[in-house]
Each structure stands twice: as C-alpha cells, then as structure tokens.
Design a protein around this ligand. Structure first.
Ligand code: FES
Length: 73
C-alpha cells in the first residue's frame, strides 16, 4: 500500500490516504475507506470524519514553507 499522506485542504478537511490506521483514545480502530477526510473545522456531526459541514463556514488556506533544493540555495 502507498505511503500515508495527509493533505491540508483549503477551507476544509484533512484528506488522508495510504497505509494508515485511525484509532480512538482507547485503541479502537475506526472503519475507513482507502481515502477519507478528517474534520478540522469542528462542525462535523460525524466526528472525526468530515461531513462537509465546513462548506461556506470555515476559512483556512495554509501552505507549508517551500524547502529549497541544494541547487536553489
Ligand atoms: S472540515 Fe469538513 S466538516 Fe469539518
């Protein structure tokens, strides 16, 4: 399976893909699809998953700092 990846979506969720297991504080495993979205707006009725409640109500566009290659330095 592919390496796990978490993508920070503009104005929305964390999109998770790859070989990852989502567990609660007691170690119980959530049933997930190969690609799923986690809520980061706090408004979902299906926590910890995104249910699209964020649409039009949540604004956050974040970018990682660009890491320069040795050639770009
Ligand atoms: S990020 Fe989608 S419902 Fe919270």
């Amino acid at each position: 399976m592919a390496k796990a990846q978490i993508k920070v979506m503009d104005n929305g969720s964390f999109k998770v893909s790859g070989d990852v297991e989502l567990i609660d504080m007691d170690g119980n495993v959530f049933e997930t699809k190969p690609v799923f979205s986690l809520c980061r707006c706090g408004q979902s009725q299906k926590m910890p998953f995104c249910d699209a409640s964020h649409k039009g109500k949540f604004a956050s566009c974040v970018r990682a700092e660009k890491v320069l290659d040795e050639e770009e330095k």
